[in-house]
Design a protein around this ligand. Structure first.
Ligand SMILES: [Zn+2]
Length: 235
């Protein structure tokens, strides 16, 4: 019976190893995921800044066009004026609009320069991202293949485990599962040197050893609680 339980445990240990293998994502993939995420975050942030700057520049442009039209209108009105006084008034208006247009242009210049720098920075980062994405996708595809292969091995192991576990009584299996969970994945241990626990290495009391060697009943280590197995004596 414990022979079969040992076969169950072999599969359980292998299944635990698969979990560890699954979690062991290749370092290059971990790195490139972080690299891509950081680039995308940076690009998104800068795109937000760029959009705000574009809006600023565009609204200044609209205002500037309006001022230029009014400058032109004032200039034309000055030419059509009936009196010199009226003409002077329009000329004065023309000058005011032209001055405001010039001021606005100067005020908008830093935003335009900043926008240009941002566009350059952004296109550089987008180019960098463009270089990262194909390699990242390649690695993700390899990762899918790696995980699918682990899943396949897991499926086989689970089938095997279920098959051998069917030969073990539910009560023993339950005990084994409990000890295994409590004892870092090992629920069943061999007697070492005839009288020590193969799990915690404790020197076992002689009556425990005798009982374990006799077989028939489930005997557990008084120290660590693991099920003791005497391989040679097992039927
Ligand atoms: Zn023990």
């Amino acid at each position: 019976m414990l022979n079969r339980l040992n076969e169950v445990q072999q599969r359980d240990v292998a299944l635990d190893a698969l979990d560890a293998e699954r979690a062991d994502v290749p370092a290059e993939l971990v790195e490139i995921r972080a690299q891509r995420a950081a680039l995308e975050e940076r690009i998104a942030g800068l795109q937000g800044e760029r959009d705000a700057l574009r809006a600023t520049v565009r609204s200044a442009d609209v205002e500037l066009q309006g001022l230029r039209e009014r400058t032109k209108e004032a200039s034309e009105s000055a030419l059509r004026a009936d009196t010199a006084k009226e003409a002077a008034q329009f000329q004065n208006q023309e000058l005011q609009f032209a001055t405001r247009a010039q001021e606005l242009e100067e005020d908008t210049l830093p935003a335009m320069e900043e926008l240009e720098q941002l566009e350059t920075l952004l296109s550089g980062l987008e180019e960098e991202l463009g270089g990262v994405v194909p390699r990242h996708e390649e690695l993700e595809e390899a990762e899918r293949v790696r995980l699918a292969e682990i899943d396949a091995r897991e499926g086989t192991l689970r089938q095997e485990r279920d098959a051998v576990a069917a030969d073990v009584t539910p009560a023993l299996l339950k005990q084994y599962d409990q000890v295994r969970r409590a004892r870092r994945g090992v629920g069943l241990v061999e007697l070492v040197g005839g009288r020590r626990c193969g799990g915690c290495n404790m020197q076992l009391p002689i009556h425990v050893v005798q009982k374990a060697k006799k077989g028939g009943a489930v005997v557990r280590c008084p120290s660590c609680g693991r099920i003791l197995w005497n391989r040679e004596g097992d039927a």
